[in-house]
Design a binder for this molecule. Structure first.
Ligand code: 1GP
Length: 235
């Protein structure tokens, strides 16, 4: 199971890296080149999703990816319409930082009939949006406020609530294309004080920033925009 692999990676201090692909932004004409770049990169996982994906193309994208990539494909959906049976697993997200019931329970309930028709591994994930300089798509779409980037104690408290609720992962998110990534001190405090693996993403766009996030305690770093803007990012 994918989740067990993530847990043992944390225990063994092996760092994981996910490339996030937004189906709306993928040009299927040049998909083979994209897949080659993913295969040459250090990515251990491919995440698929976005806040406002329109894509009927999700299935097709995943089928193409699976023909040529060995990295597991994990759905990172903005809403239930982004569920595809072709993937390996799904981050079943709860927006812990927000107070919009749609993103706390409504979408989750609506997703169940779709999930029951698949063999996806469902991984319960507490998703925490952190203030990052400008309004991000997650904020806009979910109509929720991010948490104060200067209040690591409250972010930790939120992550610990997620752990008590039974989340299997915590995802600290600055938002796609964020101006400022999640503060390192916040990653450190959270990672040290929860038992479950920690994902960090949003606004990370250099090798140095990736390494700093790992050193601070991120178990899995997500790279979306940096790879989207420059397919040779990992070179
Ligand atoms: C967004 O955390 C991911 O949900 C990745 O963010 O696009 O800024 O890399 P970037």
């Amino acid at each position: 199971m994918l989740y067990n692999q993530i847990v043992s990676a944390r225990q063994n201090n092996q760092k994981l890296l996910a490339i996030l692909l937004d189906p709306d932004k993928i040009d299927m004409e040049s998909i083979d080149n994209l897949i080659d770049k993913i295969n040459e990169s250090p990515a251990t996982h491919v995440f698929i999703g976005g806040s406002i994906v329109e894509a009927d193309s999700i299935d097709e994208l995943i089928i193409r990816l699976k023909q040529k990539t060995i990295a597991p494909i994990v759905l990172f959906p903005g809403n239930p319409s982004q569920i595809s049976k072709e993937a390996d697993a799904i981050l079943f997200l709860t927006l812990l930082s927000g107070r919009n019931p749609d993103y706390l329970i409504e979408h989750q309930v609506n997703a169940v009939p779709f999930l029951k028709k698949t063999k996806l591994e469902v991984i319960s994930t507490g998703y925490i949006l952190i203030e990052s300089g400008t309004q991000t798509a997650v904020e806009r779409v979910s109509k929720t406020d991010p948490l104060d980037r200067n209040n690591s104690d409250y972010v930790l408290q939120t992550a610990q609530a997620g752990e008590y609720i039974g989340n299997q992962l915590i995802y600290l998110e600055a938002g796609s294309g964020a101006k400022q990534a999640v503060p390192l001190e916040m990653i450190e405090k959270t990672s040290k004080n929860i038992q479950i693996p920690l994902i960090v993403g949003g606004g990370i766009r250099s090798k140095e920033a990736i390494d700093n996030a790992y050193r601070a305690g991120a178990d899995l770093v997500v790279i979306g925009t940096a790879f989207e803007n420059d397919i040779n990012f990992f070179n």
